[in-house]
Ligand binder design. Sequence first.
Ligand SMILES: *Cc1c(COP(=O)(O)O)cnc(C)c1O
Length: 387
Amino acid sequence: MITKEAIKAFGSIETPFYYYDIELLNKTLQVYTSLIKKYGYSAHYALKANANPKILSIIQKAGLGADCVSGNEVAIAVKSGFPADKIVYAGVGKSDKEIKTALKAGIFSFNCESVPEIRIIDEIAASMGKIAHIALRINPDIDAHTHKYISTGRKEDKFGISPWMFNDVSELFTSCKNIRLVGLHFHVGSQIMDMGVIKLLCTRIEELQKWFIEHGYNIANLNLGGGLGVDYENPKEHPIANFEGYFDVVNKNLIVRPGQTVHFEPGRAIVAQCGHLISRVLYVKIGQRKKFAILDAGMNDLIRPALYQAHHNIENLVSDKRKMRYDVVGPVCESSDKFDSNVMLPQTKRGDLIAINTAGAYGQVMAMRYNQRDLAKAYYSDELCRK
Ligand SMILES: *Cc1c(COP(=O)(O)O)cnc(C)c1O
């Protein structure tokens, strides 16, 4: 939520910038952690969604662990106070240096994505005199029905270990002495709104873990990954993701064996709604068929529309005039630098403040300096509008 007070405070700030509603982040975390507690689950926040130090510190204080996809994320998680034994580390291409970083830190588990990777982790762990705890990231061949760039669990995706590799993996556990299997990991995609996908995942997990149990393995942890979606269309009606529905589906459909723990890796659903990209209109250009609202924020500040054809709710924070259609575009020299087409906005003029909502996840963290533009700064509701 962007309050009237906040809009007033924006008046003296150089645009574009990220604005975080810290009250909403706290409330989201409250809802999330109370459900996690209720079901006895564990959570690891996916740093790649947003690694802003203040946001990380709040999430860490709420008691979540960390889910990392690079050695630097592992290092940042440790530095931000996430306990090493609550850090999980996934990724198809872990370098030797990154593996060493994680082994030194003593993380909870490597989520391993291939046979050669497990071999290298074993070798490096042996050279360091350590035992690496590993979970197998299984590719369950499920289509998450989301954008193709954020689907990760189909058999044609690069992620995870497919069932036809299980025999080879099994041989590794006989020959490799410095790895220990601690669980199975699944992450099938992002921005999942269809709870049928989660239900199907639970069924597939049961089918897949049977193979391991039948082959004598003890599967201590089941990790269902992240992926819960948020409402990009109507953020004000649904500021908090459907955690209740999600956990209810898991609770009803996942078979959990005695002693097993169940883990999650939420990213987007924790941070998306609390973040806004705030911009000013530089020019309104009247084309033959279209009006363009040209913003001072561009794809280098928020790349999701250009990268995933993602849709964000866009708001004029200061005009209440009659609504008309605009193509809302950025200043970067790329045709894909467009936030959306045919957006209904109140009549807009140079200098108007524009909010691009639901920008807390995969926003600031993906910002870059293309066209040598400055990186957008961040401001926070609890610092900007002190009561
Ligand atoms: C990206 C990612 C997540 C978080 O996904 P969200 O859709 O942001 O919840 C969780 N686990 C892994 C392995 C990931 O790569």
